[in-house]
Design a protein around this ligand. Structure first.
Ligand SMILES: O=C(O)CCC(=O)C(=O)O
Ligand SMILES: [Fe+2]
Length: 225
């Protein structure tokens, strides 16, 4: 399960411990990602997992990808601050729930803001992968709503899963390639690919400008799954 973004105001009794293990990975071209493997204490993260698993109004929508209808291969739920433009991807417009409906999500958001000083996240896409067959296909988080240089924070819960980032080919379609099975989606030996194993309770931040030596980020040119 992952939150594309924000948990407990004091998730770890010793915040310095988190910071020490933080990794900043240079992707080249001025882009960096930050990875905090122990963003949330192990037991706290399991409490969050159980809450989210049981209390989020998960849905599994039908998407329209390359002219075909297909069931999104994961459950989802969307939370957004009031006044944001609608999120629409692959012909689907999720209902925007209010942060006020889920106080725990606000706690996660506060913790992310503390870990990434200067960040101000305003929407959250929750994804639940029910087993090894659920996945997210190659895509860029480049919806207009996110602006020219999207900043994304992802908090993961449950089983470890691989997360891949690669440079986007300019000719590739912008749509998510959710309909392709994982085996056909990527050759792991490809150059310019970066792999992260997202641990239970970890935080991954992309497109976060102050991570780069110069405040440049090219997340719009990156895609991931
Ligand atoms: O679940 C994840 O870690 C990634 C999900 C994702 O990339 C997305 O919803 O845009
Ligand atoms: Fe994404």
């Amino acid at each position: 399960m992952s939150l594309m973004l924000k948990a407990n105001p004091n998730p770890n009794p010793n915040p310095n411990e988190n910071a020490k293990k933080t990794q900043i990975v240079d992707l080249g071209n001025g882009s960096s990602v930050v990875y905090v493997p122990k963003f949330l204490a192990y037991d706290v993260a399991w409490e969050f997992f159980n809450y989210l698993d049981n209390h989020i109004p998960w849905t599994r929508p039908t998407l329209r990808v390359f002219g075909r209808s297909c069931l999104q291969p994961r459950d989802t739920c969307y939370v957004a601050s009031a006044g944001l433009p609608d999120l629409i991807y692959s012909g689907y417009q999720p209902h925007a729930h209010s942060w006020d409906d889920f106080p725990l999500l606000k706690d996660i958001l506060d913790a992310v803001h503390k870990m990434l000083p200067g960040s101000t996240f305003n929407s959250l896409l929750l994804n639940r992968y029910k087993g090894g067959n659920d996945y997210v296909g190659w895509h860029s988080d480049d919806e207009k709503l996110y602006g020219a240089t999207p900043e994304i924070a992802s908090v993961s819960f449950g089983c470890e899963r691989d997360f891949f980032l690669k440079k986007k080919s300019c000719k590739s379609p912008q749509e998510r390639s959710d309909e392709k099975p994982p085996s056909k989606r990527f050759k792991k030996s490809s150059q310019d690919q970066h792999n992260f194993t997202l641990k239970h309770g970890s935080l991954l931040g992309t497109g976060y400008p102050c991570l780069a030596q110069t405040p440049i980020c090219d997340h719009p040119c990156m895609m991931h799954q």
